[in-house]
Design a protein around this ligand. Structure first.
Ligand code: SF4
Length: 667
């Protein structure tokens, strides 16, 4: 690894911005050892370590030496694209050994040739304005090399007809499809089968892992090793795919597709029309009943409470509630359609597909409505016009042990934020890492002592106090005057964000942007392009946001980012730990919030020349015993409670350290 990453190494000769980074070499050697010894490894590599190359180089070495395939799973499609467009071509130029790489996105990013063909003769447009876009997609799909919609850069993100022509697994006929050979998914799978390195994202990885062994779900070819970048996200993604889900959209799509089946049998068609009408009627009752049952029709995530579908009557008998009755009627109507289709003598792939989808919907709906498997949390989510019913495993550790850690030779988990209070106990416990997993905290390439200051205001009320919003606004206003804008103000809730924005924006002379006023990408673009701008935002800007240089010189965080206990999954995880005799606060809430806080800090210092101030307004960092765990987990930067000291830091030239800067924290 020294020969590649060292001062006179291959990368030093080829990369214009090369820097010698001891943490990078340490990490690369640890990853190589994990491959050689067929072990698992967890690595925290803070920003500035150069972790992407530190895992790619050993992965390529292992794949080419052994002739096996290594999968790299990233947190986002953007990171996937960055690997494929930047890091992989660079290494293909630099490394002496030739290797091949392919990327795979989730199936719904790709067009389905079969559905596009059918869409030419049946209506798919909900919105007449989309007709030009549809023509554009149709022409593009004829010649596209990949079928990935990202090739069409001017296509709006929320194009209504895309879900009627995408290549999601449930609509796929597999090898029975007449377009199987030219199919974009077939070709993508082929490219991946021929590659040494396959780049996927966590959503595709876990969707594939959950369906592995099935006929239509599996797309990722077999692999002997996997590296998860942004590994702090994988518990949530795994829980999403190892559970059950039924949405109102799934039933709508099923109905729509069932009405276009190539069936000539007149009585079967009559029967199907009747069943479809019943599914519509009982479906409407069912979703409306769920909305009134918990008294809220608003967007959000809610637990499905006991007694939603059945309760104990005065007679002592268990009887269905009104929404439970709607479920039984809906299930009956679905069953009737399934039976009609199943009885047909001729079963083209379209019919088989609908029968399979009805069975899946009925199976998952029954599981969610029964709600009696204590390993799952049952919840619903309202988003846009859709309702999603879900059952998610509360604890994914045993599932991951069985399906991942025991089956794959080497699993490497890395992220800038995986350790809390200096250890990996939290991530080990949550993900079920085997005891013999190796660990490494790779030192960051940045000099935090010189580059950053942590500011903790000397007097702030408790976050629940009635004076909180006013006092926080005073602090933020003063800080922004000192920093001359150039800041992110990150809140843990939308209401907190709005309260700060409304109180602070009128009092400062710098341009202010607020989350929700434009798309995330649009807001970031404006922030980068506007001198002295301030952006007020919440959790979605805590991760994966990269603003380099002076434009972002201050990150202000209002409260310690504890996960919201009203979220059904968080509440279920906390309850589970308590039931096992543990402390959900110290074993879950604190380490999880530490990792989130470190993510927030990660927005500030993005290069070796960046300088900035992180301010955390929450007094619990100093007043509560667990505050020390947070402070111990942050990079070793200077800490101060003196705003004048912060002002001096902003006036200093890069590199100078004030002799007064080592302000001691109150005991
Ligand atoms: S194989 Fe599946 S995804 Fe591919 S064209 Fe056919 S139906 Fe669509």
């Amino acid at each position: 690894m020294e020969e590649i990453f060292g001062r006179g190494g291959l990368i030093a000769h080829a990369h214009p911005d090369y820097e010698y980074r001891p943490g990078q070499i340490q990490m690369a050697e640890a990853v190589l050892r994990a491959f050689e010894e067929r072990r698992h490894l967890v690595v925290e590599a803070g920003t500035g370590t150069g972790k992407t190359l530190a895992y790619l180089v050993p992965a390529i070495a292992a794949a080419t030496a052994r002739g096996t395939r290594v999968v790299i799973s990233t947190g986002t499609k953007n990171l996937q694209e960055q690997l494929m467009e930047k890091d992989i071509p660079f290494l293909q130029r630099v490394l002496p050994k030739k290797f091949t790489a392919a990327y795979m996105k989730g199936r719904n990013n790709y067009a389905c040739l079969n559905r596009i063909k059918k869409a030419e003769t049946m209506p798919v447009l909900d919105n007449f304005d989309d007709v030009d876009y549809f023509d554009e997609v149709r022409h593009w799909a004829r010649d596209s090399p990949t079928g990935d919609r990202a090739e069409l850069t001017d296509l709006p993100e929320n194009l209504s007809f895309w879900r009627h022509i995408d290549a999601r697994s449930e609509i796929c006929f597999g090898q029975k499809c007449p377009d199987y050979d030219p199919c974009f998914i077939t070709r993508m799978r082929q490219r991946a089968t021929d590659a040494d390195i396959v780049i996927v994202n966590h959503h595709l990885f876990f969707a594939d892992l959950a369906l592995r062994g099935g006929e239509y779900g599996q797309v990722i070819p077999d692999y002997s090793a996997v590296i998860f970048d942004e590994a702090h996200q994988i518990e949530d993604v795994a829980a999403e795919y190892f559970g059950s889900q039924v949405s109102s959209y799934m039933i709508d799509d099923l109905l729509r597709d069932s009405q276009n089946l190539p069936i000539t049998d007149v009585s079967a068609n009559r029967e199907l029309t009747k069943s479809a009408a019943r599914i519509v009627r009982f479906g409407e009752q069912f979703w409306a009943g769920l909305a009134t049952h918990d008294g809220r029709g608003e967007e959000g995530r809610y637990p499905i409470l006991p007694g939603t579908f059945a309760h104990k009557a005065k007679t002592g008998e268990i009887e269905a509630t009104a929404v439970g009755q709607s479920y039984l009627s809906l299930d009956g109507a679905l069953h009737r359609m399934e039976t009609t289709l199943d009885a047909l003598k001729e079963q083209p792939p379209e019919v088989e597909n609908i029968v399979r989808r009805i069975r899946e919907v009925r199976f998952h709906l029954e599981f969610i409505v029964a709600g009696d498997d204590r390993r799952y949390v049952y919840w619903l989510e309202r988003r846009g016009r859709g309702t999603f019913l879900r059952a998610s495993p509360i604890d994914v550790s045993t599932l991951l042990q069985d399906k991942l850690f025991e089956r794959v030779e080497t699993v490497v988990l890395t992220s800038a934020t995986l350790a809390s209070a200096g250890n990996f106990n939290f991530v080990r416990e949550r993900l079920g890492l085997p005891d013999k997993t190796d660990e490494l905290v790779a030192p960051s390439g940045y000099d935090y002592e010189r580059q950053a200051v942590l500011y903790l205001p000397p007097r702030m009320p408790e976050p629940r106090s009635s004076q909180w919003a006013d006092e926080a606004a005073v602090e933020v206003t003063e800080l922004l005057r000192v920093s001359r804008g150039r800041a992110f103000v990150l809140s843990t809730s939308l209401s907190g964000m709005r309260a700060l924005y409304e109180r602070v924006a009128p009092k400062i002379d710098y341009p202010c942007f607020v989350q929700g006023s434009a798309s995330k990408a649009g807001l970031l673009e404006k922030f980068r392009a506007t001198p002295n701008a301030v952006l007020f935002a919440t959790a979605s800007f805590w991760q994966g946001v990269d603003v380099r240089g002076e434009q972002l010189s201050c990150v202000i965080i209002d409260k310690l980012p504890f996960a919201v206990p009203s979220d059904p999954i968080i509440a279920a995880r906390q309850r589970f730990i308590e039931e096992q005799g543990g402390s959900s606060f110290y074993e879950f809430s604190v380490p999880q919030a530490i990792i989130s806080l470190k993510q927030g800090l990660g927005r500030l210092i993005r290069s070796a020349t960046d300088r900035g101030v992180l301010a955390v307004l929450d007094p619990r960092l100093r007043t509560q015993s667990y505050g020390k765990l947070f402070l111990k987990s942050l990079p070793p930067c200077r800490v101060t409670s003196d705003l004048a000291e912060v002002a001096r830091f902003f006036h200093q030239k890069s590199g100078a350290v004030s002799p007064k800067s080592k302000v001691k924290l109150p005991a």
